[in-house]
Ligand binder design. Structure first.
Ligand code: NAP
Length: 283
């Protein structure tokens, strides 16, 4: 592999660039982005070695598409139109159903691998890119059987080299599970932040009382709306399902409070402490 083109040199694209270059010093990392300024920053941070434009992907051995999921749906068919028959395109999008669907009948479908690296932070843009973001993290791969075997092998080696473990899933299952495991947490954090900000307008002191519990729970509310709005749009049905379940639990908790049923409140929390066992097993 000689030439890797990263479209979208933000948190995920930039972090992949750092680790891939470290493990493959002979490859040249090219960056493509909609804003020249973003590319200049990526260049100055040594995330990329050369600036490129979309038409240049004809020279790519590998293209990594790491832009918001609405832009991915628009760009992916064009990228596949442009690449050579031997090159591989992967996307990093947080939704998988719409992305897989848009290229299901593309003549170069076998050159595409759909992935979702379960790694990230609440920060975005090239300054957010960090080394070793993917070490020990899971990379979910969808519809692997639709990718040419030789290209699958190439991709799997690349992901293994940067420390990722692989899980296979179909796009529908991915979008359903990720709605619970990631999308709901972000909504919950955004709305917690909103609730407290609204209150703070009247009671400025509230932030003096903000401890590490509030800070860690509201961390995800710092995330980029530009990235998250299209995710919620593409995964609307699953996200609404998670919200219904979550709102039902919140309503029940409120009812227990109103009824002074603190035995039930205790039990709710005790039962949910089970999350410690689940997360300890996963880690
Ligand atoms: P990010 O830091 O905001 O980076 C996105 C990059 O894409 C930016 O450089 C942005 O450039 C560029 N971009 C936006 N629209 C574009 C377009 N139409 N054409 C070309 N470039 C465009 O976002 P990210 O967190 O890296 O997310 C990238 C992808 O990874 C998304 O699909 C996301 O769902 C997925 N993902 C994110 C996480 C996470 O935790 N953040 C985890 C796993 C997967 P500008 O400077 O011009 O805005």
């Amino acid at each position: 592999m000689k030439n890797i083109y990263i479209i979208g040199v933000g948190l995920i694209g930039g972090s992949l660039a750092i680790d891939i270059k470290k493990k493959n010093p002979d490859v040249t990392i090219h960056g493509i982005d909609r804003q020249e300024e973003t590319l200049d920053i990526a260049l100055s941070l040594n995330l990329i070695e050369k600036k490129a434009i979309l038409d240049d992907v004809v020279n790519a051995d590998l293209v990594i598409l790491s832009v918001p999921v609405d832009a991915t749906v628009k760009l992916l068919p064009t990228v596949l139109d442009l690449i050579s028959d031997k090159s591989l395109v992967v996307d990093a999008g947080s939704t998988k159903e719409d992305i897989c669907k848009v290229v299901e009948n593309h003549p170069k479908r076998r050159n595409f691998l759909a992935m979702h690296p379960i790694a990230g932070t609440e920060h975005s843009g090239p300054h957010a890119a960090i080394p070793e973001l993917f070490v020990g993290k899971t990379n979910i791969i969808c519809e692997v059987e639709k990718t040419a075997f030789k290209l699958q092998e190439k991709a799997l080696k690349l992901f293994a080299d940067i420390g990722m473990r692989i899980r296979y899933m179909n796009p529908q299952a991915h979008d359903k599970h990720i709605a619970y495991m990631s999308h709901l947490s972000h909504i919950s954090s955004f709305m917690l932040g909103k609730t407290v900000i609204n209150k703070e307008k009247n009671e400025r002191d509230i932030f003096d009382m903000a401890g590490s519990g509030f800070e860690s729970t509201v961390r995800l509310a710092k995330s980029s709306p530009e990235m998250w709005t299209p995710i919620f749009e593409q995964n609307k049905t699953n996200v609404i399902e998670t919200l219904e379940a979550y709102i039902a639990n919140l309503t029940q908790f409120k009812e227990f409070m109103e009824k002074d049923d603190f035995e039930a409140i205790f039990k709710e929390m005790k039962d949910t402490n089970y999350i410690k066992d689940i997360l300890n097993v996963i880690v």
